[in-house]
Design a protein around this ligand. Structure first.
Ligand code: PLP
Length: 239
């Protein structure tokens, strides 16, 4: 094993242990939670190692970095998640490799994703990104739609050709009433998910929790955690 491979294997084992412990503490089965490794700023070589180590879901937040990486790893049995703010002019590229777009936060983006998915004959999974720091009807600092805007977007995605409504995603807010209250933020996301599932029962993905707060997300009921730093190391720059 190379040094990097044993480093990543060790980190993965620790993260796995944390997820298992959080599941046990919450009375949940380990297989109710899927680990997505956020590989942003790290090279395709690391993605390949992760795949060798059994990782099946990876996430990226910038198309410029993700597109070449996904192309270099197209032989690997990986699901690619896009988790960054997405401009409509990047939609064509992103639909080329993303299995799931977790950052759907406005009608214009739904239209663009649908059009491109139909054009290339793919089905793209979509999560509505919820901004718990956004005021009513506003959008969040780091993307996302306010809770009041979820229903409209969910209905739009569900009715859009080429798209599949998979559920909700959030990033614990740094500002607003939920700043410093991650557990409450994730509990709120779960309530919103319950509400969405009344009309869209199959939209049962809840993506929440990162390196610092995966335990709280699992306790709240998250089905997917997105972990970068704890697996790959501290990123050299903000990504
Ligand atoms: C970077 C990123 C993560 C992972 O964050 P870590 O703190 O490195 O685990 C998760 N979700 C999103 C949307 C991200 O951009």
């Amino acid at each position: 094993m190379t040094d990097r491979k044993s480093e990543l294997a060790g980190n993965l084992a620790q993260v796995e242990e944390r997820i298992a412990a959080a599941c046990a503490a919450a009375g949940r089965h380990r297989d109710e939670v899927t680990l997505i490794v956020v590989t942003k700023t790290y090279p395709a070589d690391d993605v390949r190692i992760l795949s060798d180590l059994g990782v099946r879901h990876v996430a990226e937040n910038r198309d410029q970095d993700a597109a070449p990486k996904a192309a270099a790893c197209s032989d690997l049995p990986l699901s690619w998640h896009f988790v960054g703010q997405l401009q409509t002019n990047k939609v064509r590229s992103v639909v080329g490799y993303a299995d799931v777009v977790q950052s759907v936060d406005r009608p214009k983006l739904v239209t663009a994703l649908s059009k491109e998915a139909v054009r290339v004959g793919r089905e793209v999974g979509c999560l509505i990104q919820v901004a718990l720091d956004a005021g009513e009807s506003a959008r969040g600092e780091r993307g996302g739609v306010s809770p009041a805007g979820i229903e409209e977007l969910a209905d739009l995605v569900a009715g859009a050709e080429g798209l599949r409504l998979d559920g909700l995603m959030t990033v614990a807010p740094l500002t607003g009433e939920y700043a410093g209250h991650r557990q409450a933020a994730f509990d709120r996301l779960m309530d919103l998910s319950t509400y969405v599932r009344r009309t869209h029962p199959a939209a049962n993905m809840v993506s929440a929790g990162m390196s610092a707060d995966l335990e709280q997300a699992v306790a709240a009921g998250a089905t997917h955690v997105r972990v970068g730093t704890a697996v790959l190391g501290v990123r050299p720059r903000l990504g």
